[in-house]
Write a protein that binds this ligand. Sequence first.
Ligand SMILES: Nc1ncnc2c1ncn2[C@@H]1O[C@H](COP(=O)(O)OP(=O)(O)OP(=O)(O)O)[C@@H](O)[C@H]1O
Ligand SMILES: [Mg+2]
Length: 388
Amino acid sequence: MSDATRIYLTGSCEGFDRLKESLAQQPGLELVGSNEQPGAAGGALAGGHLDCVLHATSSSTLPAHELATIREYTRAPLLLVASREASSLLDEALSADVADVILLPALAENVVFAIRKATHGPRRAAAAGNREGRIVTVFSPKGGTGKTVIATNLAAALAKVEGRRTLLLDLDLQFGDTAIMLGIEPEKTIFDLVNAPGELDPDKLAGYTTKHPSGLDLLPAPLRPEDAELVTEAKLGRLIEVARVCYDAIIVDTSPFFHGPMLATLDRTDELLLICSLDVPTLKNVRLALGTLEMLSFPTARIKVVLNRANSKVGMKQREVEAALEQKVRYEVPSDRAVPLTVNKGAPAVVSDAGSDFARAIQAMAKGVLPAEEPKRGWKLRPSFARA
Ligand SMILES: Nc1ncnc2c1ncn2[C@@H]1O[C@H](COP(=O)(O)OP(=O)(O)OP(=O)(O)O)[C@@H](O)[C@H]1O
Ligand SMILES: [Mg+2]
């Protein structure tokens, strides 16, 4: 994965196009895209893993509305670009949520310097200290492809076999069934957590998760489908940031839709396990999903295709899947009777039938998503201790 600083450009002003061209030539910067209208760039702003947004304005007053629109989608540092005559903007902008103001014409080096300063400022420092846990999102645009079976088993393997601090987050907010697959009857769910009064912090998170015998902590989906919409993107974003401090891995189970919470999750996802199977409708939808992810500027390097029931004899071959998706299959998971048997027992196969083909495939996946040779991390608050 490239370490380039990912920037997005919105708005317009005199000289902005020239600046765009010269920034495109700068090593270490990646222009993810541009759109004059911040409102029309929502997908890319939210899902583009941006390090910085440059917004140009030709107005002599602060474009508060446009800045607020950008802020609805991303917390990335914002730089305002204006022509020299607009220098009256400076004070107003800096007291708003703007990291710096660039007055054009300006030397490209100076602009790069301003971008570097903004992206390595306090936000980055905080990020470097805090954003440690790996967010692995298990997604498929089609229902019933095995997302939940894979997410629950992957989380259990990471916790039990790899000894990682693991949170399983159920974002199939209406019909989540991670709890039932793990044989857990939850007392508290994500709905209770995001609606509890006060700031969300590690201690609070610990009070709402349920420990499974494998060692994983589960934050289940709301018990009632109608409560799903109260789990807003802003609350979810905060929740994921807090979880990152407490866990090595956060495995997110999802529903087959690109809704708001999913976009907030994608924005923070380090690895997206895209579940596919050997059937034409699923393949068609996975292909469409890849197109949507591209439109959202989700980094391709973070997408890993998982072929579930890879050994099924159904007249379609893995290489046909790879050709249709223009993507290699990264993980193969076999169809295995152990899966329905262990699902019905409420005991994940990696724990209750560890020798099964399915469990072995998931164990290999666990090693792949969180390689053992990763440098040891510093101390983290362990939610289970905090609760004791
Ligand atoms: N590799 C497999 N071998 C055998 N059965 C499997 C396998 N993967 C999934 N299944 C079965 O398929 C069913 C659907 O799987 P699962 O619930 O994980 O799908 P899902 O993608 O989460 O569905 P939804 O979109 O409804 O949440 C499960 O009951 C499970 O037993
Ligand atoms: Mg599911």
